[in-house]
Design a protein around this ligand. Structure first.
Ligand SMILES: Nc1ncnc2c1ncn2[C@@H]1O[C@H](COP(=O)(O)OP(=O)(O)OP(=O)(O)O)[C@@H](O)[C@H]1O
Ligand SMILES: [Mg+2]
Length: 524
């Protein structure tokens, strides 16, 4: 074999000045048909995408490599086969292709891309191929797992029965998310989509840290095509709130190649699946999938795929569905773990009927629609309660909130319908009452960018709100009362009753919280 290799190099050197076609070169470099199948020659390179001839035996999604020699150091640059035709292979390279030359040899590895998985990756920022980006020590894990896998089959799945509390009142009360659900966050640019996703991660801190009563939920945040500074900011938020202890960030920033950005969601999903398959609960955020689709488009165009069903944009449905199918709630026979996905999609001009938004809406189990108009009128988080929906989460919602949610939603919608009449004289007292209460309920819905409210405080607030407790308060007083209740529940564990999951005695709950509030002599 070695002898053969030397001979090949020698022959190549002797003949290198002769002008020959690439196909002929392969024959003449490789010598045997076998070597043509296992290796190839680079024909062209554009922006991270390489086309190579040979590689006849290569499989789709297989790792291939090019040898790079810098001085005395020899290293390998890896890529992934992405497009296979009869005569050539299209390959996505992970890093820079600056040092790769046309005419260079390329080799099969007969392996697929794997990611390091396990608790060792918690607290770290990694890229789409598992390399740490935080400048800390190398990641050494016991296990690795394939980056691209099929979602669990129907037999292995169980039904969603446990809630995932995001800490956002309007979401947990009106559009609840169950563990194993896929809920889309959709909206225009700069409308607070990322903030909703981040709050969901931060709120797990409340559950895990403060009372340590519920099962741990691991979080994976996949940042696609964002600025490095935004990712660094998110990292520092997680670090300062200790959320990093149970979170991994998979980052493919705008500076990275389109290929890495395309791969990031799959790699992140693999990290999250480790927890799901061990019977634990995990949450994954894809921020955002529209940018991933754009990267896929770039790769498709460079590979000269004709835009049809089998390429961009038709293929994007497959791209996103195979990703989101991987989040699931498994049945008890398969350890009962869950992976909840919160994909983010950016709309242009609020158009949720565009191709990619409708795709992802149809794949997911509901959507949280963030409205630019609400955001600009300072109602934040700007969740549009008419266009948002959660299809399965209410099955897992805690009973008292489920009971109150419809009244709460109806009162908010009535307010939304009636608020335009406020400017007119002679409005009936019934309408005035709806507007008066609606304004106070809206105050309960408002939350800071990364401020999470725990579920007990949410229950107290909507319970008091719907019975009209705040009707005698001014709007500012309502806001202060809300802050007091959140603080009280956070610091006083006696206000947390495990019965919250079954107890429907709302009157007892209301008097308990009002008493606690008066005892603490909060001043409004
Ligand atoms: N509930 C909130 N209260 C106050 N400010 C908020 C709230 N939610 C978001 N913001 C602010 O609005 C800005 C945009 O938020 P965010 O980055 O979450 O939006 P986005 O939709 O993810 O934006 P992009 O489209 O750029 O990804 C940020 O400065 C954030 O601090
Ligand atoms: Mg964002």
């Amino acid at each position: 074999m070695k002898k053969n290799k030397k001979l090949i190099i020698k022959t190549w050197k002797m003949k290198k000045n002769r002008k020959v076609s690439y196909q002929n070169r392969i024959k003449f470099v490789s010598g045997s048909q076998d070597r043509i199948n296992e290796g190839g020659l680079i024909l062209s390179k554009y922006d991270g995408i390489i086309k190579a001839s040979g590689l006849q035996n290569a499989k789709l999604g297989e790792l291939v490599f090019v040898v790079r020699k810098t001085g005395s150091k020899i290293s390998k640059i890896f890529g992934l086969t992405f497009n296979l035709t009869k005569t050539e292979a299209g390959i996505m390279f992970f890093g820079s292709t600056k040092n790769i030359r046309v005419g260079q040899r390329i080799y099969r590895t007969k392996k697929r891309l794997t990611m390091p998985v396990g608790v060792e990756v918690l607290g770290r920022i990694i890229d789409s191929v598992g390399t740490p980006l935080d400048g800390l020590k190398a990641i050494e894990t016991k296990y690795t797992s394939l980056a691209e896998k099929k979602g669990p089959g129907i037999i292995t799945r169980g039904s969603v029965n446990k809630p995932l509390h995001t800490g956002i009142l309007v979401v947990d009360c009106l559009f609840p998310i169950g563990r194993g659900q896929r809920e889309l966050i959709i909206g225009n640019k700069q409308t607070g989509k990322t903030s909703i996703a981040l709050t969901s991660i931060l709120s797990q801190n409340i559950d895990n840290d403060l009372y340590n009563r519920r099962k741990f939920l691991y979080c994976i945040y996949v940042a696609i095509g964002q600025r490095k500074s935004s990712v660094a900011k998110i990292y520092s938020i997680f670090k300062n709130t200790k959320a990093l202890e149970y979170t991994t960030i998979v980052a493919a920033t705008a500076d990275d190649s389109a290929n890495l950005q395309f791969l990031a969601p799959y790699s992140g999903c693999t990290v999250a699946e480790y927890f799901r398959d061990r019977g634990e609960d995990a949450l994954i955020i894809f921020d955002d999938l529209s940018k991933q689709a754009v990267c896929y488009r770039q790769a498709s165009l460079l590979l000269e795929r004709v835009p049809t069903r089998g390429a961009y944009p038709g293929d994007v449905f497959y791209l996103h569905s195979k990703l989101l199918e991987r989040s699931a709630k498994l049945s008890p026979q398969y350890f009962g773990g869950s992976l909840t996905a919160l994909p983010v999609i950016e709309t242009i001009g609020g158009d949720i009927t565009a191709y990619i938004p409708t795709n992802v809406i149809s794949i997911t189990d509901g959507q949280i629609y963030v409205d630019e108009e609400l955001f600009l009128s300072n109602i934040k988080p700007a969740v549009n309660i008419r266009l948002s929906v959660s299809r399965i989460g209410s099955k897992a919602q805690i009973l008292p909130i489920k009971k109150l949610a419809t009244t709460f939603k109806n009162q908010l919608i009535s307010y939304d319908d009636m608020k335009r009449f406020e400017v007119f004289d002679g409005v009936s007292s019934a309408i005035k009452k709806i507007i008066h209460r609606g304004k106070r309920l809206l105050e309960q819905v408002k939350q800071g960018a990364t401020e999470a409210i725990n579920i007990e405080a949410q229950l107290y607030l909507i319970s008091l709100g719907t019975i009209g407790f705040f009707d005698n308060f001014t709007i500012l007083e309502t806001k202060h009362f809300k802050d007091d209740i959140c603080r009280l529940v956070r610091t006083n564990s006696s206000l947390i009753d495990i019965d919250i999951y079954k107890n429907l005695n709302l009157e007892a709950w209301n008097s308990k919280i009002i008493k606690a509030w008066k005892d603490n002599s909060f001043n409004i």
